[in-house]
Design a protein around this ligand. Structure first.
Ligand code: N01
Length: 541
């Protein structure tokens, strides 16, 4: 290196850690790093913190995990002082909470907004990452943490003629920041996952007419959302130590709830249906926890699926519409179960219609209509509730080059490979928060985020103490972990669904069950044991 180059290199902006993304993962990572004395810079493509809650502003957007649990646990003061207004907080309130956290812990000063990370290249001689950001600069860092989110790469489907549509086209995952008023308009909504199911009843109340285009009918459980009383909040707060410990160590999915102790077929039909009915009345994701084998045994699963199909038939007055809304293509729970407010009842409204695009796919979108089976459904605006390139989509948008110039997108072309979901071999000092191969999207995300951030933080402290320059996943450990993740998944019913967990919603994406389904408690113990054994399976130098 010439003296000029050396002084230029010295002048380059350098940090111990670059964090990509200022959602809940990036925010907490920054907080921990600063507390440990590491220099860190966060780059965030949005104009503010909050990640998924910054982008997903569609009508009816809420979390499907109760807010008292879908919240940070790392600060006792924070969890005691914040008042959630409802059991399931609306998007705006969760975003307000994210901003409150950023203010309270003074995070903004180390976050650069409206900035994408375009490229990250590992320099083997210097053991440093060179990170190119969208303003054209390259910054240096010893470590890069991808806190890019699992459902952050919104996907507009490739439907013939979409570019010819004259009205506005919205995507639920990238909703405008200003109010969108559907009053007096005819709206076409494509997609019936969680986003479509949450937005349908709200749009129906405003629109002159709403036409829902359904490819796959989905299971949905009523949320039974309600305001939280001060007594309920108090009771929760007093119980937080137990709730948080349970969520981290015992619950499979990081949610404090009663755990089932027997299978669906162990009960009589009458008892079983009584239990389903009481869960249905209670509402929420925990519908699936009534028995311990609903995700494992198809016959057991069918009993729960039949119950929900029966409820749909009870709610929806037109038998043909009810039949279309009854899911039959996958076992219940193997696609993310939805949680709704009045979704099925919305189809009883005179201004709502359902169009089956499974038997007759959309032929074309014209300037003013969606054409199905030769019929033009006239619409003024389109809402795409068509989901995300999940788990790997946002990582893939960054051009990442590791040891010997290996390209991450090429390495993952046949499916993502990681060790513990935290690192991928050949890419030293690059961590992923809630990456593929970890419980991630199968869990209460904040529980998984905190676990990963704490594990990474401990690891960086260990490296600093031991004066280690690099850490990376060992190839053998990675192969074994990938095989284990697959084996566990294939012991369940999950791979039977064409879900985004499987990459099945993206044409050409490899069909691999991406998250680790072993449960957050089990997974945490594995990660802790690996660390206790001197980061077994990782190569540290
Ligand atoms: O996306 P999805 P989402 N033509 O992928 C359809 C979380 N989340 O945004 O099933 C026609 O689930 C697609 O049809 P099919 C939650 O984890 C949470 O709703 O592929 N249709 C499907 O119906 C959730 O699981 C909350 O046949 C097309 C829909 O679009 C995840 O985010 C709220 C199509 C996409 O459903 C994703 O949910 C919202 C095409 N070309 C989201 N392409 C809560 O916390 C896709 N579809 C409550």
């Amino acid at each position: 290196m010439s003296p000029a180059q050396a002084s230029q290199a010295q002048a380059a902006e350098a940090y111990d850690v670059v964090v990509v993304g200022a959602g809940f993962a990036g925010m907490y990572m920054l907080h921990r790093l600063r507390g440990l004395g590491f220099s860190a810079r966060v780059y965030e493509q949005g104009g503010g913190v909050g990640g998924t809650w910054y982008w997903n502003r569609y009508p009816g957007a809420r979390c499907d995990v109760e807010s008292m649990q879908y919240s940070y646990s790392f600060s006792e003061e924070l969890q005691q002082e914040w008042d959630w207004s409802e059991h399931y907080a609306p998007q705006a309130e969760i975003l307000k909470y994210a901003n409150h956290v950023a203010d309270r812990f003074d995070l903004h000063r180390d976050i650069q907004f409206d900035t994408r990370v375009e490229r990250a290249v590992f320099d083997e001689r210097a053991n440093r990452w060179s990170v190119t950001i969208s303003d054209g600069r390259a910054v240096q860092a010893q470590f890069v943490v991808l806190a890019t989110g699992c459902l952050s790469n919104a996907r507009k489907p490739d439907i013939k003629g979409l570019e010819n549509f004259k009205g506005p086209v919205y995507h639920t995952g990238n909703w405008p920041h200003e109010d969108v008023d559907f009053t007096g308009l005819r709206i076409g909504l494509i997609g019936t996952g969680s986003s479509g199911i949450q937005s349908t009843p709200v749009i129906a109340e405003q629109a002159k007419h709403l036409t829902v285009f359904q490819r796959t009918a989905n299971f949905s459980i009523p949320a039974r959302n309600a305001a939280l009383t001060e007594e309920e909040r108090d009771a929760f707060r007093k119980k937080y130590p137990e709730i948080r410990r349970f969520a981290r160590e015992i619950a499979r999915n990081g949610i404090y709830a009663e755990q089932p102790d027997h299978g669906a077929l162990d009960d009589s039909d009458e008892t079983r249906n009584g239990k389903y009915a009481s869960r249905w009345e209670r509402g929420g994701l925990t519908f699936m926890y009534v028995y311990n084998n609903l995700g494992l045994d198809r016959t057991a699963n069918d009993t729960a699926a039949d119950f929900v199909r029966g409820k749909i038939a009870e709610i929806v007055k037109d038998p043909a519409t009810a039949k279309l809304l009854q899911p039959n293509s996958h076992p219940i729970g193997t696609k993310r179960i939805c949680v709704d407010t009045d979704y099925f009842a919305t189809f009883n409204r005179p201004n709502v219609s359902l169009v089956d695009i499974k038997s007759n796919p959309i032929e074309e979108i014209t300037a003013s209509a969606v054409r199905v089976a030769g019929k033009d459904h006239e619409v003024d605006a389109l809402v795409m509730a068509t989901g995300f390139d999940a788990m790997t989509g946002s990582v893939a948008k960054i051009d990442i080059s590791g040891r010997s110039g290996e390209i991450l997108n090429q390495k993952w072309a046949e499916g993502p490979k990681t060790y513990l979901g935290l690192m991928t071999a050949g890419f030293p000092n690059l961590f992923i928060i809630t990456g593929p191969g970890s419980p991630s999207v199968l869990s209460n995300m904040i529980v998984s985020i905190e676990q990963h951030v704490d594990w990474i933080a401990d690891c960086l402290v260990h490296m600093r103490k031991q004066n280690l320059a690099t850490m990376e996943a060992g190839r053998d450990a990675e192969e074994k972990w990938v095989a284990h993740v697959n084996e566990v998944a294939h012991g369940t019913l999950y791979p039977q669904a064409n879900s985004w967990y499987m990459g099945a919603n993206i044409p050409g994406k490899p069909r691999i069950f991406m998250p680790y389904i072993g449960g957050v408690g089990v997974y945490r113990r594995i990660c802790d044991e690996v660390a206790a054994k001197g980061y077994e399976g990782f190569v540290m130098e």
